[in-house]
Design a protein around this ligand. Structure first.
Ligand code: ASP
Ligand code: MG
Length: 422
């Protein structure tokens, strides 16, 4: 059994899908296969925009139309036979999406719950179209609804897996099907026992691939990306970024934890538990080997330079003549946790603390509301958290040269700084 995962960029238009088909045909052999697919191109962002406009009672119809036209365009270019039935499939999906939207009112559902019901359509639409395309291209496959396999709790937008029911569903629903033909399913989405759709966090399709690999005890997972593998920095930011040929699970997990965007942070652990190797390969150069992540320890790793974007530095100072005691500090961390805000970098002083969090305005506002009577709270928005794993002086110098450093810390082999564009 092998698991292939195709992200948004690898299914973004008709040529991309033709390329995906070629990759699948080339790797189709006697091994069973599960294909996990994301929403096409930037559809998830577009759906977020759609929901936000709807939520704010702005005009959303143009956005909705654009999303439909984008998919219809792909259908037009991709399908040779039976175009009409594919168009009516697409129409039906958009009718369903509209119905879902119209059922939402801020009085009867939270934003986060509404988010999962709407944003999940990206994957539903993409897998519907792609499975039809593969079948038409004589690559027979079975469409599986991930919401009936990947069971989660109802923590909207960041749902936690119920491994027990998920395992049962893998055994009962997927295993025998996959023995007959390749299975295609959606990344990123799951379902509750109450039949509500959930999502696993942005870019969560990698995690889905790992969940299927874990549940089906796959021999390997391959994530097909637009980069050559895992690099030691984002090539758009880091000059001369180099590819790691091998990484251990632990090195890779640590990198994603600091914000390396190549794979979703939750992907590694289930694979590590069952020692399933993970390959990160380029769909643009499918013959190249990419990066192999496995239990093999790497001797000397070159410095990994990771920028975590879209951060806010929040500063709390105790009002009045008080100090930042441990109980106060614990209360603040608990306050963040209550809003599901993760603290990525924390610095405590005698009179206050500074915390770097991901920019989530709604949740942050709720946190501020709770604490503003006791603390003077200020923000520095649009900062980034820089982490250099296995740092040396040269890597610090080159990574920080275009930035203002607001806070910095060195700890063992990790260098971290909160930085702002200078
Ligand atoms: N489509 C989702 C996103 O863009 C999930 C994924 O691509 O992994 O976040
Ligand atoms: Mg995506």
């Amino acid at each position: 059994m092998k698991i292939f995962k195709f992200g948004g960029a690898s299914v973004k238009d008709a040529p991309a899908l033709e390329n995906m088909l070629q990759i699948l045909q080339k790797h189709a052999d006697s091994t069973q296969m599960v294909i996990v697919v994301s929403a096409m191109g930037k559809t998830t962002n577009a759906l977020e925009k759609l929901l936000n406009q709807y939520w704010e009672q702005e005009d959303y119809l143009t956005t909705l139309e654009n999303i439909q036209t984008y998919h219809a365009d792909i259908v037009k270019k991709l399908f040779i036979d039976d175009k009409d039935s594919i168009f009516s499939l697409l129409d039906n999906l958009f009718v369903e999406l509209k119905q879902h939207l119209n059922r939402i009112t801020p009085e009867n559902v939270s934003y986060d719950e509404a988010y999962d019901q709407i944003i999940s359509f990206g994957e539903i639409i993409s897998t519907n179209l792609i499975s039809k395309y593969l079948q038409q291209s004589e690559f027979d496959c079975a469409w599986v609804d991930a919401r009936k396999v990947v069971y989660t709790d109802a923590q909207w937008r960041d749902a936690k897996i119920d491994w027990e029911i998920t395992q049962q569903q893998m055994d009962e629903e997927v295993r025998s099907l996959a023995a007959q033909k390749p299975v295609i399913t959606q990344g990123f989405i799951g379902g509750t026992t109450g039949k509500k759709t959930t999502t696993l966090g942005r870019e969560g399709s990698d995690f889905t691939a790992a969940i299927f690999a874990y549940g089906l005890e796959a021999a390997s997972v391959t994530i097909w990306k637009d980069v050559e593998g895992i690099l030691n920095g984002d090539p758009k930011i880091v000059a001369n970024a180099q590819k790691y040929a091998y990484l251990s699970y632990w090195e890779a997990a640590e990198m994603t934890q600091y914000g390396a965007k190549v794979i979703h942070p939750k992907t590694i652990i289930p694979l590590m538990q069952k020692q399933i190797p993970l390959y990160v390969r380029s769909f643009i150069h499918p013959l190249r080997t990419g990066t192999c992540i496995s239990k093999t320890q790497v001797e000397k790793m070159i410095p990994a330079i990771i920028f975590k974007e879209n951060q806010t530095l929040i500063k709390l100072e105790v009002k009045g003549a008080y100090f930042m005691t441990t109980p106060r500090f614990i209360e603040i961390l608990q306050g963040l946790e209550n809003q599901h805000i993760e603290a990525h970098f924390v610095h405590k002083s005698a009179i206050g603390c500074e915390i770097c969090i991901s920019g989530r305005p709604r949740r942050t506002q709720k946190f501020v509301d709770t604490f503003q009577s006791q603390y003077d709270i200020s923000f520095t928005p649009e900062v980034q958290l820089l982490t250099i794993k296995n740092y040396d002086q040269a890597s610090i110098q080159s990574a920080t040269k275009d930035w203002n450093i607001l806070l910095e810390e060195r700890n063992g082999h990790i260098y971290q700084a909160v930085v702002k564009q200078s």
